[in-house]
Design a protein around this ligand. Structure first.
Ligand code: C5P
Length: 219
């Protein structure tokens, strides 16, 4: 029996995390925030002062990472037993994550960690390559996007709510740069899967997006 998977891919700030968490809760399915795995690697690499340009050293850090996830209302991530959740959302962490995520060897090491989240009764997986690589056989695939301006504003609001200092212009520029890097890399670039449902959330409320995604699961 195959375990059902719903994938939600798309650029930064499109609302993937909020939508995926809400849909997973409604369906009673597990949730994978794959970006948090790359963000955890970024933190580990920074803490160990590893040269970001050294693919094999970064890959070794990925191999040694011991991650534990607890998903209640908020996602709690422990790296080698230490709660790093508060450090995950910053744009600095995201920028380093997108650099280490471009290494094919890193992606290979982290592939199984992500596949292991596929547990009954089902999984909602959010990221960049969920529908194209990690769960290419997923039952339902969504590519969720929004205009760069809208995504910048959403990310800015999110960071402010978490008490993280942010500047709107800088955040928008940083996510555009990160999206370019994610879309242009050779391995597992950010592109919609051929069979993905394309959803532009620029003019939709979060509840409207959640409802549209839920509708797909009952079709
Ligand atoms: O989704 P989030 O913004 O947390 O992801 C941080 C970075 O991790 C992305 O910019 C991307 O470079 C990388 N990532 C990835 N593949 C995924 C999820 C995230 O390359 N499936």
């Amino acid at each position: 029996m195959t375990i059902p998977v719903l994938t939600i891919d798309g650029p930064s700030g499109a609302g993937k995390g909020t939508v995926s968490r809400a849909v997973a809760k409604k369906l009673g399915w597990h949730y994978l925030d794959s970006g948090s795995i790359y963000r955890s690697l970024a933190i580990s690499v920074l803490d160990q002062q590893i040269d970001l340009m050294d693919e094999s050293a970064v890959t070794q850090v990925a191999k040694n990472m011991q991650l534990a996830f607890e998903c209640n209302d908020e996602l709690v991530v422990k790296l080698q037993g230490v709660d790093i959740s508060a450090r995950l959302p910053t744009e600095e962490t995201g920028a380093v994550a997108s650099k280490v995520a471009a290494y094919p060897a890193v992606r290979k090491v982290l592939l199984q960690k992500q596949k292991d989240f596929r547990q009954l009764p089902g999984l909602v997986a959010d990221g960049r390559d969920m529908g194209t690589v990690v769960f290419a056989d997923a039952d339902i695939k969504v590519f969720l996007t929004a205009s760069a301006q809208e995504r910048g504003e959403r990310r800015f609001k999110q960071l402010k709510e978490k008490g993280i200092d942010a500047n709107l212009g800088k955040i928008t520029a940083e996510i555009e740069l990160r999206d370019r890097r994610d879309s242009e890399r050779k391995t597992a670039p950010l592109i919609p899967a051929e069979d993905a449902f394309y959803l532009d959330s620029s003019d939709l409320t979060i509840d409207e997006v959640i409802n549209q995604v839920i509708t797909l699961t009952v079709m």
